[in-house]
Design a protein around this ligand. Sequence first.
Ligand code: IPD
Ligand code: CA
Length: 266
Amino acid sequence: MTYSDQLRRLCVDIARQAGDFAYQSRLELGPGARAAHSTKSSAVDPVTEFDRATEALIVERLRFERPDDSILGEEGSSYQGESDLTWHIDPIDGTVNFVYDFPLWSTSVGVVRNGVPVAGAIHVPVVGDMYSAAIDSGAYVNDQPISVSTADDAATSLVSTGFSYHVGDERQSQADRVARVLPSVRDIRRSGSAAVDLAAVASGRVDAYFEPHINSWDIAAGVVLVREAGGVVTSFNGTDLDVNAPIGLVAAGPALHRSIVKLASD
Ligand code: IPD
Ligand code: CA
């Protein structure tokens, strides 16, 4: 097994353990029962005890398995290691969906070297999907190879997007952008989890995804997944993406990517 494959296997193993733990907690709350939460960056940005407990589980596992690597987690975990690898982890990506028991939330575990994601896994426990990829090792869902769609015409493309939790003017500009893009595409999806959106691009389940503001832990696993599935990922304005400081993101198949950058950023 190559080093890349070993990293991918570890991503899968950790995403499975953590996603199963969060899912068990969600099941215990009962169908549709709201999970108790407090708020983070704004009144619409929730965090639950399950986000924190799941992140703690991932960090404990990583500190044991990869003691020399750095760690950055959505819920505040930050560890500086000696190696050139950093793990970017989102214990529950799609916390609003988790709170409402809407099924599209995921556990995302990605590992990055010099701003470039090298391996990752995205576990969508309610759906039962495990996506994984590593550089030069391909992209998979539940161990079956996946590839991005061959779509080349924006007008007949299914495009997903996401909205950051900034309120006020930012929300208005999100709405303006959607109003501008919608008439030029087949339809728009908003899953509520950036990691699920990227997994959907990688597997051809949507043709493209764009989001103007995003964090490294939302995308580290998804970026390697889309690239290994044959897709193109750039920052929001089409320039090279630095996962450590992402300026938004556009992901699509090679024949479509440029038109989506143009449509979304105009
Ligand atoms: C959010 C989700 C959402 C995206 C937001 C993210 P969280 O992450 O990925 O789809 O639109 O930008 O912040 O807070 O649910 O982990
Ligand atoms: Ca997230």
